[in-house]
Design a protein around this ligand. Structure first.
Ligand SMILES: [Zn+2]
Length: 590
């Protein structure tokens, strides 16, 4: 079994003729695209032909970019010090930004078309791309003039982009002073954060204390980054005519406010149940006043299930097959054909991800496989993303981009299949560990995400008036945690600095990058409940649902399964499945 991935399907190397030719061809295509944009936007003659050509050119350019970008970024992620890859990454980034101004010009022109629906109806190519064309019309009402757009995009490089880089720099270089084996040491923040998973209570507490005590070194700088970015977002949002940053995020997510409100209300109703879990976990670990923040990830059982990669892969394929042959065959294909880079090694990025390379109809998955049950779950998770790509195979490449909230559906669904199967085969102690792990993950995605949503909302509200001081930001965080975690957490030990290292608050283009996680989890849970009800009937509909995720609004996608996300009862039912797990956990742990 080959444990490193094969990228030869894309290019043999950076020096190959194919790679060099494609880089050159991309330049030519972008150059011609600029001319084309200028030419067609002069008048409104031959609208159908012009949009058809626009779509065709966009398909050609996107395909080239997908191939080049995947080859470069996949190479880099497996070998971060690869100089050729990082040089080509800069080159490609510059090429991509050349697309901004001609695209703005064409999009504004499309918005000016009198009767877009009848134009679309005249061509099968346009009908196929109806959703994205209509979305261009819808979104370009927020576009400013060609000149203003150029100014904003250039000013961002010295504004929010620069703030965001500074924040990364401050946090990744932050050293935490901590005593270990009678010696004072300076450890990177990531190492200290990992102590939260240690089996020794003293290590967990010591890590937390040292972490909190270290932030004074960077808090002023990081607060300036947050103020700078949130301030810029508010300015741009206002210039573009959005009512608020949340409205901007919803438009970008193809989601409406009713769905978000229904989901948030159901989450709020469910909080007391999660608090029961946290209080039980606190008791198990010997605390009386709720769970201290630093005990959130503490292991509650000593059970350890070991899976070699081969055993893990076999377990995944076997249990995927209980769902469908399509899913199992896909997993087998990915595992057998060297689509997966399995093991951790120096110079490779951490974590895991899946990249669907639509142009070649394949995926590549990066793992840092470590033989624990959680590694098997990650393998299933990433294969879920890959299967989503597999279901999109018959679609136009322009119809393959799905919005943030839907992105974690297929992956979470596959995780659920594997976790449910594992519980069945496990001993009592192992089952408790799997269940606790699952609830702890859900606790993050529901309760912590809820607190992050509240925090971001209040920071935006205050930032409208003026920049926030470090103390004010800490206060916002504590208030959000109290409202969300309630008496589940020990009020003596909250975490006033959770805004410092979480990257999501610092992406100027993706505000409120928190609720999409809750959406993904709860939607996948709702689908799984549907699968349990309908059995094999569900399977084909599920594949169909994944296939249309790139060319519909979220509410229309979910309608395919008869699910109405405006209905609070859908969200309640999903949350109920987690609440049942919590009840089971409390029962098992007694
Ligand atoms: Zn994922």
């Amino acid at each position: 079994m080959q444990l490193t991935w094969n990228l030869k399907e894309l290019y043999s190397s950076f020096d190959s003729e194919e790679f060099k030719n494609d880089m050159k061809r991309l330049d030519e295509c972008i150059y011609e695209f600029g001319d084309f944009a200028e030419k067609i936007t002069k008048d409104y003659d031959n609208e159908v032909k012009k949009i058809e050509e626009y779509i065709s050119r966009k398909i050609t350019i996107t395909k080239l970019m997908v191939n080049l970008d995947n080859f470069i970024s996949l190479t880099l992620s497996a070998d971060t010090k690869n100089e050729k890859a990082s040089k080509n990454s800069d080159l490609l980034e510059a090429k991509m930004s050349e697309m901004v101004s001609p695209t703005t010009r064409i999009n504004k022109w499309i918005r000016g078309i009198k009767d877009i629906d009848s134009v679309i109806e005249k061509s099968s190519l346009l009908k196929e791309h109806k959703f994205i064309i209509k979305e261009i019309v819808e979104k370009s009402k927020y576009l400013l003039s060609y000149k203003e757009e150029t100014i904003i995009s250039k000013m961002k490089n010295t504004g929010s982009n620069a703030w965001s880089k500074l924040k990364d720099n401050l946090i990744s270089n932050l050293k935490v002073d901590i005593e270990q084996d009678g010696e004072m040491k300076q450890l990177p923040l990531t190492v200290v954060l990992n102590m939260a998973y240690d089996k020794d209570k003293d290590v967990r507490k010591k890590g937390y204390d040292a972490e909190i005590a270290s932030y004074y070194k960077v808090e002023e700088g990081v607060a300036a980054c947050l103020n700078g970015i949130k301030g810029e977002v508010l300015t741009v949002c206002d210039l573009r005519g959005y009512k608020s940053p949340i409205e901007m995020t919803l438009v970008g997510s193809r989601m409406d406010k009713e769905s978000l409100d229904a989901m948030l209300t159901a989450m709020k109703e469910s909080l007391p149940h999660f608090r029961k879990y946290m209080k039980r976990k606190a008791e198990m670990l010997g605390y009386k006043n709720g769970l201290p923040f630093y005990e959130m990830y503490a292991p509650v059982s000593s059970a350890k299930m070991k899976f070699t990669y081969e055993k893990g892969a076999e377990f995944v394929i076997k249990n995927f097959r209980t769902f469908s042959d399509d899913l199992a065959d896909f997993a087998k294909k990915a595992i057998d054909n060297a689509w997966i880079d399995v093991e951790p090694r120096e110079g490779k990025v951490g974590g895991g991800f899946c990249s669907n390379i639509t142009t070649i109809g394949e995926s590549r998955i990066l793992l840092n496989y470590g033989s624990n049950f959680s590694d098997v779950v990650t393998l299933a998770h990433e294969l879920g993303h890959g299967f989503h790509g597999e279901c999109l195979k018959g679609e136009s490449i322009l119809n393959c981009d799905y919005p943030m909230p839907i992105a974690e559906t297929a992956s979470t669904f596959c995780e659920t299949i594997i976790k449910k199967a594992a519980v069945k085969e496990a001993s009592k102690d192992e089952a408790l560990a799997i269940l606790e792990q699952e609830i702890s993950d859900c606790n993050q995605v529901i309760v912590d995400i809820y607190s992050r949503f509240l925090f971001e909302k209040s920071v935006f509200e205050k930032r409208k008036e003026s920049a926030l001081s470090v103390e004010e930001i800490k206060q916002c965080m504590i208030e959000a945690q109290k409202e969300s975690y309630g008496d589940g957490l020990d009020p003596q030990y909250l975490h006033p600095y959770m805004w410092t290292w979480k990257p999501h608050y610092y992406y100027a283009d993706y505000n409120f990058y928190n609720f999409p996680y809750a959406f993904g989890l709860l939607f996948a849970k709702g689908l799984y409940a549907e699968y349990l009800k309908r059995g094999q009937d569900f399977v084909k509909d599920y594949e169909q649902l994944l296939a249309i995720t790139g060319r519909n609004n979220i509410a229309d996608i979910t309608k395919v399964m008869g699910i109405d996300i405006h209905d609070i009862n859908f969200w309640r039912a999903s949350l109920k499945t987690i609440e049942d797990d919590i009840d089971k956990f409390i029962e098992l742990s007694e």
